[in-house]
Design a protein around this ligand. Structure first.
Ligand code: ARG
Length: 464
């Protein structure tokens, strides 16, 4: 196998170079170059602190900062050549800094290790990603609220076991997802708050003998505080796991909504139509309009939760402090983050564009004797029957309607009185789907009055 020169950054004690396979398994630059911006930011903050503490000179600090700014612009303009022989983003940038400013570049790594460096960079990256996910979630919630608003009193079938259960309102169904996505929003906030501690200054694992000021670097990077245990600081990846688990739950919610869109838009249901912008055709069957975006969103939870499981397994059983295993954290997080981002954006677009079919929804809401519970409740409320007895009587009336192949509201009063002669004309006041939903006005219920006040509540909370 080909042998290379020893690494310039740490090769002092190495007589021979590496096997090329070693480079292949060891190098992370292909993916951790995504940390460039965070790496440069943290390095600038570190250099300024070193200078303020008189650990490096002011002039060295100035040339380090200037060199780093130049590197940032080279990367932005795609003029930076990433080199796999330099392993990772940290050493690629430091090597380039040496090219640009010479000797002072070697002083940047004073009182720092790649262990606290990578922990800091990655935290900054994940924190930005949480901010982006939350922004997208807010956009999705706003869109769901707009849908809810446009169909506060539109009646649709409500299912349990995917069997017709009771009529509900379109607004109420949209608001169910507002609840889920707002919990996702708060899960991301919790994760962000907990992860917002700065590992920089933990050095390799034990802290440093240099008189650094960790408060300075922590606040310059907008962290709440420096992390309080250097061993933990370099080896903790909880923050990535919390991001992945919050993302997994959010992706699970997206998958449920996506599945409903697939079902509702099918020719058998026809409750909604999806816009052409988020559908595809079939190359063989000209009549088809496929809900591909919804299907792909439905699938994303697989890889996002996969990333969560993968990183959990990487971290399991690792002794303190840093181990190279942890380099395997990034690809999982990047992949999950990219996929959650596109899924949230696509779902928002689909919800914005979709047209709920008011007439079909209302017609479907009648199927399956959807107001049977209302009938049973009437028997309880007006005849003072125990619910179990009312349930039994209603079952017998449903059987008659089923045999006659008609709706409950189409039965004659006489037919119902044959089952129980105490039933009066007033029964018809609860058998229509509109009356049914209007009557469910308990807090959080499906009644349009409740839906309206929940929409207002959410708009207040989210300041929309
Ligand atoms: N690329 C490494 C990572 O992502 C950086 C830390 C390397 N530290 C070390 N002591 N080898 O984990």
């Amino acid at each position: 196998m080909a042998q290379k020169k020893s690494n310039l950054m740490w090769g002092g004690r190495f007589a021979a170079g590496q096997d090329s396979l070693m480079e292949e398994i060891n190098a992370s630059i292909e993916f951790d170059k995504r940390l460039a911006e965070q790496d440069i930011l943290a390095s600038k903050v570190h250099a300024k602190m070193l200078s303020k503490q008189n650990i490096i000179s002011e002039s060295d600090c100035k040339s380090i900062v200037k060199g780093l700014d130049l590197i940032a612009s080279q990367i932005k303009k795609n003029e930076f050549v990433f080199d796999r022989a330099l392993e990772d983003i940290h050493m690629n940038i430091e090597a380039q800094l040496k090219e640009i400013i010479g000797e002072p570049a070697g002083r940047l790594h004073t009182a720092r290790s790649r262990n606290d460096q990578v922990a800091t960079d990655f935290r900054l990256w994940v924190r930005d990603q949480i901010d982006l996910s939350q922004k997208l979630l807010r956009g999705l919630i706003e869109t769901l609220l707009a849908q809810a608003d446009s169909g506060v009193d539109w009646v649709m079938p409500g299912f349990t076991h995917l069997q017709m259960a009771q009529p509900v309102t379109w607004g109420h169904h949209m608001l169910a997802y507002v609840e889920m996505f707002s919990r996702d929003l708060s899960r991301f906030s919790d994760a962000r708050d907990r992860m917002n501690e700065c590992p920089l200054g933990a050095a390799a694992l034990a802290g440093t003998s240099f008189p650094i000021n960790r408060e300075t670097t922590s606040s310059a990077l907008n962290f709440k505080a420096p992390s309080a245990n250097s061993l933990d600081a370099v080896s903790d990846r909880d923050f990535a796991l919390e991001f992945l688990s919050s993302s997994s739950i959010c992706a699970m919610h997206l998958s449920r909504l996506a599945e409903e869109l697939v079902i509702w838009s099918s020719a058998q249901f026809k409750l909604i139509s999806l816009s052409d912008r988020f559908s595809t055709g079939s190359s063989m069957m000209p009549q088809k309009k496929n809900p591909d975006a919804a299907e792909l969103i439905r699938a994303k939870v697989g890889r996002i939760f996969g990333a969560n499981v993968a990183l959990m397994m990487v971290m399991k059983g690792l002794p303190l402090a840093y181990s190279k295993d942890m380099q395997e954290d990034k690809e999982q997080v990047f992949d999950a983050a990219d996929n959650l981002t596109v899924a949230l954006a696509a779902m928002t677009g689909m919800i914005k564009d979709l047209k709920a079919n008011k007439e079909n929804m209302e017609a479907a809401a009648h199927f399956g004797f959807s107001t049977a519970t209302d009938l049973a409740d009437w028997l309880v409320q007006n005849l003072n029957l125990p619910f179990r007895e009312a349930h039994h009587i209603t079952g017998q009336i449903v059987l008659i309607a089923e045999t006659k192949k008609c709706d409950l509201c189409d039965l004659d009063l006489g037919e119902m009185q044959e089952v129980d002669d105490r039933i009066t004309e007033d029964i018809y006041s609860v058998l229509s789907v509109h009356q049914s939903v209007a009557s469910r006005s308990s807090y959080g219920g499906t009644a349009p009055s409740q839906v309206r006040s929940q929409i207002n509540r959410w708009r207040d909370i989210l300041d929309l």
